[in-house]
Every structure is written in C-alpha cells, then in structure tokens.
Design a protein around this ligand. Structure first.
Ligand code: ADP
Ligand code: MG
Length: 266
C-alpha cells in the first residue's frame, strides 16, 4: 500500500491537525473568525455547531479549497503546505453533483490519482486497491454501478472508499452520517473506528448531538468563533451546548444527550 508518512511523526503528544487564528471570509462576510483547534492524533474528533457556524468552511480552508484570510494550519507540527497528501476529505454529500456518468470503481480510483499513486502503478494493482477499499465499506458488489444511480448511503460509502484509497493519516469528513440509513451509519462508524485503531486521526463535522458521546473522543464546538474545545466528558456540556447553539437548542435534544441510544460505541 501507499505510505508516504514517517510514522515517527505520529505521536499522541503532537496534534494531528493544529489550527491557529483561522479566519475565512466570503466577500465581506466572515464565515469563521480566529478559530483555534488542536485535534489529537489517533482519535475521533467531532466539529459541532449550528447551521451556518462555519463548519464546512473550516474543512475547506484546511484543504486549501477556500482561501485563508488569516491564521495557520499545521499537521503533525509541519505547515500544511506540501503535506496535503496526508489528508483525505469526504465532502458533504449534497455538495456533489453526480450528473456526469462515472462508475463506482472510477470514483474510488480518483483517490489514487490524488496521491499521485497512479504513476508507476499497474492497472491491475490500481483495480485491486480500489476493490479492497470498496470491500471495506461493503460496496464491492456494486463496483460497476453508475454512481448517480446509488442511494445516498451507498454514495457516502463510495466516498469513504475513495478516502481509504488515499491511505491518508488524517480523515476529514463533512457530515458523513447525514441522510444515510442505520446500516450505513454503522458500517461507516466501524470503518472509522478501525482507522483509529491504526493510529489514523478522524475529524468529522457531526450534526446528531445524540451520538456525539458514543462516537467521539474529542469535540470542537464553534459558532463562527470558538466556543469550546477538548475531551468529550469535559467539553460536551449543556452549558457549552447552550453557548454554541445560542439558546436555540431544543430541550428534547438536551434530554437525548443524557439517554444514550443503542448505537455502536467508540
Ligand atoms: P456550516 O457548514 O456550519 O453549516 P458553512 O461553512 O457552510 O456552515 O457556511 C458558513 C457561512 O458562510 C454561512 O453563513 C454560509 O451562508 C456562508 N457561505 C458558505 N459558503 C459560501 C459561499 N460559497 N459563498 C458565500 N457564502 C458562503
Ligand atoms: Mg456544512
């Protein structure tokens, strides 16, 4: 498999992703202002906040899709510049237009292109890596399907397989469980847990407050600016939730938090 990372870099004391004073604007509208974050290595981190809080913008700024107005991003203590290949990104599903005809295995092989891994790689080897990644998300049987004809949950699995093909160190996912069925949610969380067990770092924008405690170790709570950041037990408190959601948090959500449902645990 592809591995471009010096494993000595990956120590729990170094944050996988460190963000300092990150400010991003769309024209004269500030989407995030001076955000700091220290996402730990070999952990599952959640980014939570209300709609329009700047969660997607934060991820896009990290991967360089959205220009940064101010601030710095480091991965494993190195500037992100020249280290982008260590990051795999799974966009929010609604942001992808699947009108162009392409099949499942081609989408997964795009992950290999981003790595530059196609150079010198035999076609058979590419196919075998892509099929292995599809197998890990339970989609190997559908490798020839047109992507546009899959359900939302199936598309999300294929996206995750593409990220796996990149063999990255840090996985950024934007609402990976949005609009997927329970079986897909469980399949995705299992894959993410297995990445974590291999010392990979997972950072996901997450909208379902009821599963934050079950799925994640660490949380960044933002609403344009930082609200709170840290280990779940200390940080994911009602007080911080009220600050993050500006009093708009429904009581029913808060109640759900204290009544964990039957979900896979971390
Ligand atoms: P979240 O993911 O937390 O819902 P976003 O990062 O998508 O929030 O958006 C943050 C703010 O930036 C919102 O007010 C949104 O309307 C605005 N925004 C997002 N993308 C664009 C864009 N391409 N052009 C202009 N404004 C945008
Ligand atoms: Mg978003």
């Amino acid at each position: 498999m592809i591995n471009t990372t010096n494993t000595s870099e990956i120590t729990p004391s170094k944050p996988a992703l460190k963000i300092q004073g990150l400010t991003v604007s769309y024209g004269d509208k500030t989407a995030i202002f001076s955000v700091d974050a220290n996402f730990p290595t070999a952990s599952m981190s959640a980014i939570i906040g209300p709609n329009g809080a700047g969660k997607s913008t934060l991820l896009k700024a990290v991967i360089g899709v959205q220009p940064i107005l101010a601030g710095q991003v480091h991965i494993f203590d190195n500037p992100i510049k020249n280290n982008l290949q260590k990051i795999a990104y799974v966009p929010q599903r609604v942001s992808v237009d699947w009108d162009f005809p392409t099949n499942v295995i081609d989408v997964v092989q795009m992950g290999l292109y981003r790595q530059g891994g196609l150079l010198g790689r035999m076609k058979g080897e590419q196919t075998s890596i892509a099929m292995d990644c599809l197998d890990r998300v339970g989609m190997a049987d559908m490798w020839q399907q047109q992507i546009g004809q899959l359900s939302g949950g199936q598309q999300q699995r294929v996206f995750l397989a593409r990220a796996l093909a990149q063999d990255a160190e840090i996985y950024l996912l934007d609402e990976p469980f949005s609009g997927v069925d329970a079986a897909t949610e469980r399949a995705i969380i299992d894959v993410l847990k297995s990445l974590k067990s291999k010392n990979k770092s997972i950072i996901a924008v997450h909208h379902d407050l009821a599963t934050v405690r079950d799925y994640f170790d660490y949380v960044l709570m933002i609403n344009i600016k930082n609200i709170a950041e840290g280990l779940i037990d200390e940080t994911f408190t009602n007080e911080n939730l009220q600050s993050t959601y500006g009093g708009k948090l429904e009581l029913t959500h808060a109640e759900e938090l204290s009544a964990p449902r039957d979900r896979p645990t971390k």
